[in-house]
Design a protein around this ligand. Structure first.
Ligand code: PRX
Length: 561
């Protein structure tokens, strides 16, 4: 595919070469109020400041729509309601540094709860709404959460008997279970709201659990300083400016839905659209048109689903306001890029980053030529490299480990309760080893080549094979399981499980359905294997772990044992 020429942007990086030489993150730090006052809280910068210093109290911050519900929240209202929720937390004794799980579907209550907690310096543990008992137990248990916010519908999934630290359950909804706190009622009872708490730049903001190749999900600790990385990327990558309406389609149970779903745009006072419910091509087009979305951040899987909706669908909606489209999470294929050029009249800008990085790292910028297939160029201030397994830098054209020099502002600061796993990322200091394979061309553009470590990426969602394996092995029919990603046109990869059966069990479609459901009800729907294959035995490495190399060979049809 031909190179796509540069287009004008507002915050342009035309002088990329110069910015790479001269830009320092301290340049953006000056824009935060704490630069002069010394008082830090991301909620102040993203919400209160718009009201108190910029006269934007009446401006819409959030357009929400889901089924029958259609609501607008101004910055003023968000400030007010989140302060109320802070009062509720305080009443129940939840304090600075305590962890609070947020297990809610995309809804205004989710954003209000997040902001309310962060106002007090309470650390949020985001929990994707599809999580089931085991996933919830691991995350709430590991983080030692003292409270959780959920809905009446999701409440039954909480394995309360296995969570001794969990004291307060705030429930949004009609039927409030015995012993739980009625979120809406408590909000209505608040008469006085506490002041926002100032915290340090290094104070934890949220702990996001992300799947790795081994063991259980790891709690990545992000701190208030993440705002420095978010502000600069909101500008240089997303090209946000006053007058924009921004829609990031990711769920705030994942990093994209937190960092770009609301924090980054609000730092610039730009309103966001949030759509509840499941993906539906028609509704998505309607949303783009109704809210006159101008900047749209989504993922290849979603673009492909829209493509399958056909031309006739797009033709029915006026998408004239759409001026900048970005993608993340999985490879942006040529097919999707061509569709966008043809049907939406503009390219899609790919961005590469991960839960650990907290901010966009390697991106395509409007003001620079896009080489389709490339994830782009490192953001000024970010130093990327391709290194070998000893941490030695490799020249252009050579595939190796995609690495980032440690020390960027939005970097995760720890793995909660697990310093050893944190250190694994930094075996080759000063490099952070991403776990992705990539190469770089002579002009410095990077090309993603897949995961190195067996982490599965299905529809942009990260699945840890070991978590799925251990769940499968809890089923009486399964002696051992080996799980890997299988390339898939629609989803990037699907979860495939190889099963070694216990004596006395026979394989059948019913058993496959049962196992699928067993993973779904234990972990989450997106982690459930779409394909199974029975094997005599699952290959193990000398130290007794599943040999992922052999699984990959099986999947790619390269023989095996
Ligand atoms: O393999 C890379 C893939 O998603 C992984 C990170 O997943 P997660 O932490 O869930 O964060 C997703 C969104 C930030 C990476 O290790 N990935 C991310 N961006 C891209 C990508 N793969 C291909 N192209 C991308 N642009």
């Amino acid at each position: 595919m031909a190179i796509i020429p540069a287009r004008p942007g507002d915050h342009n990086l035309k002088d990329y070469a110069r910015a790479r030489e001269t830009f320092r993150f301290e340049d953006v730090e000056r824009e935060f109020s704490w630069y002069t006052t010394g008082r830090v809280n991301v909620v102040y910068e993203a919400v209160d400041r718009q009201v108190e210093e910029r006269g934007m109290g009446q401006q819409v911050a959030l357009y929400y729509e889901s089924g029958e519900r259609q609501e607008e929240y101004t910055f003023g209202r968000l400030q007010e309601e989140s302060a109320r929720f802070a009062a509720v937390l305080k009443k129940y004794g939840v304090q600075k540094g305590d962890r609070l799980g947020i297990f809610l579907p995309r809804s205004p209550e989710l954003y209000i709860s997040f902001l309310g907690a962060a106002r007090l310096g309470v650390v949020v543990v985001p929990l994707f709404e599809a999580f089931m008992a085991e996933a919830l137990r691991d995350r709430l248990g590991d983080s030692g959460a003292v409270g959780v916010v959920t809905t009446s519908e999701l409440y039954p999934r909480l394995p309360l008997d296995q969570l001794p630290a969990l004291k307060h359950i705030f429930v949004v909804g009609e039927d409030i279970p015995k012993g739980a706190v009625d979120w809406h009622r408590e909000m209505s009872l608040v008469t006085e709201t506490p002041p926002l708490e100032w915290v340090g730049r290094e104070h934890p903001l949220f702990i996001l659990y992300a799947s790795g190749a081994d063991g259980k999900a790891r709690g990545l600790v992000h701190v208030h300083n993440i705002m420095v990385g978010l502000l600069i990327t909101a500008r240089w990558v997303h090209d946000l400016r006053p007058g924009d309406v921004y829609w990031c389609t990711a769920d705030p149970g994942w990093i994209t839905g937190i960092a770009y779903g609301f924090l980054a745009p609000w730092l610039l006072g730009v309103p966001v659209v949030v759509r509840g419910g499941r993906f539906n091509a028609e509704d998505w087009c309607a949303t783009l048109a109704r809210y006159r979305v101008s900047v749209w951040y989504s993922a290849p899987t979603a673009f492909r689903m829209l493509m399958s909706g056909g031309d006739e669908l797009l033709a029915r909606y006026d998408l004239n306001r759409l001026r900048h489209i970005l993608s993340v999470g999985e490879p942006l294929t040529e097919e999707v890029m061509e569709w966008s050029l043809k049907k939406l009249g503009q390219p899609i800008y790919d961005t590469w980053w991960m839960s650990e990085t907290g901010m966009n790292m390697i991106c395509n910028y409007r003001c620079m030529p896009v080489k389709p297939g490339s994830i782009g160029l490192p953001l000024p201030g970010i130093h990327a490299a391709i290194v070998d397994d000893e941490g030695k830098e490799l020249p252009p054209g050579k595939i190796g480990n995609l690495a980032i020099r440690s020390g960027w502002p939005a970097q995760f600061r720890a793995v909660w309760n697990d310093p050893a796993r944190y250190q694994q990322y930094f075996q080759h200091r000063p490099w952070f080893i991403s776990g992705d394979a990539a190469y770089r061309d002579e002009e410095g553009y990077y090309y993603f080549q897949g995961r190195v470590d067996g982490v599965i990426n299905t529809s942009g969602e990260r699945v840890g094979p070991a978590e799925v394996e251990s769940r499968l092995e809890e089923h009486p029919a399964v002696a051992r399981a080996g799980v890997a990603g299988k390339p898939d046109r629609l989803r990037g990869e699907i979860v495939k499980a190889f099963i070694e059966l216990n004596p006395g069990y026979r394989w059948s479609e019913d058993l496959a359905a049962e196992l699928r459901n067993f993973v779904k009800t234990g972990l989450a729907a997106h982690a459930a294997p779409r394909e199974f294959e029975v094997k005599e035995s699952i290959p193990l490495t000398r130290d007794g772990r599943v040999d992922r190399r052999v699984l990959r060979e099986w999947i790619l049809g390269l023989g095996g044992r």
